[in-house]
Design a binder for this molecule. Structure first.
Ligand code: UDP
Ligand code: MN
Length: 268
């Protein structure tokens, strides 16, 4: 498989995860797309895990944020992701959830189209309308869009630098508290509402809020991310390959569809 070291060399990819997902959600990521972006990808979690650290070459950051799905905990993690990105010398920040598959070459192609010297907020919305909020000035309503965190989104370094005085160093938590909204919405609020920089819609990011089966096989190559949910009504990518028992998320099969030469794909 072409593991090209130049691929994505300018990117810092963060995967938001939590202790209880380490053994359920991370193995398929580590077996698949992580192998194509080992140097660039970091797992942001809330517990120490020697094993995870070992299988990822030490690419685990314990944020010390609380291990709950609360708004505060999630804003805390996002905040650390952005702060650690700024410490790196990378040009692009891309965030994904631990139920995302990242199509590494496609992400590389996307980022080549934009100059990280400019302010770029690249992602996909999942609400039919922009969010409406009332600011502290009575009666004054304003709207803004945000990129769904569960689909993945990317920010240029220039933009994250502009966000830093407002939301850096843990201040994203205070913003989340102020508007009472989750981490991805808080990011949108800072960028669109406070900084007045618009989201650039990139429809090739996908969260499990959309039906995964609608993504056509012949367009898999162009998609940036995929996701799944395995609730009562499973929502997974429609791809042939391994059976549902071996590959419930469909990510192994998707990986082999995209990269037939990958080591875990050859003797299928
Ligand atoms: N997550 C977390 N702490 C928690 C619960 C979830 O950091 O206590 C992370 C999880 O690892 C994932 C993201 O938040 O990256 C979204 O969680 P999940 O997919 O379970 O829920 P969703 O919001 O997509 O329904
Ligand atoms: Mn999810």
């Amino acid at each position: 498989m072409p593991v090209n070291d130049d691929l994505l060399e300018k990117v810092f990819i963060t995967v938001k995860t939590t202790g209880r997902n380490h053994l359920t959600r991370l193995p398929v990521i580590i077996k698949t797309w992580f192998q194509l972006a080992k140097k660039q990808t970091w797992f942001f979690t809330d517990t120490n895990d020697q094993h995870l650290s070992q299988v990822t070459g030490g690419h685990v950051i314990n944020t010390n944020c609380s291990a709950t799905h609360s708004r505060r905990a999630l804003c805390c993690k996002m905040s650390v992701e952005l702060d650690v990105f700024l410490e790196s010398k990378k040009k692009w920040f891309c965030h994904v959830d631990d139920d995302n598959y990242v199509n590494v070459p496609a992400l590389d192609e996307l980022l080549k189209m934009y100059n990280p010297i400019g302010d770029w907020y690249l992602g996909r919305t999942s609400t039919p309308k922009p969010l409406q909020i009332r600011t502290k000035f009575q009666g004054y309503k304003t709207t803004f869009w945000f990129a769904t965190g569960g689909a993945g989104f990317c920010l240029s370094r220039a933009l994250v630098l502009k966000m830093a005085p407002i939301s850096g160093n843990g201040k994203l938590m205070a913003i989340g508290d102020r508007i009472g909204l989750p981490d991805d919405v808080s990011v949108g609020y800072v960028i669109e509402h406070l900084l007045k920089i618009q989201l650039t819609r990139v429809e090739q990011f996908h969260s499990h809020l959309e039906p995964m089966r609608l993504i056509k096989k012949d367009l898999f190559n162009e998609q940036l991310t995929f996701s799944y949910s395995l609730d009562n009504d499973p929502n997974t990518v429609d791809v042939d390959g391994f059976n549902e028992i071996t590959d419930p998320t469909r990510f192994l099969s998707l990986h082999c569809f995209l990269f037939p030469e990958a080591s875990n794909c050859v003797e299928k």
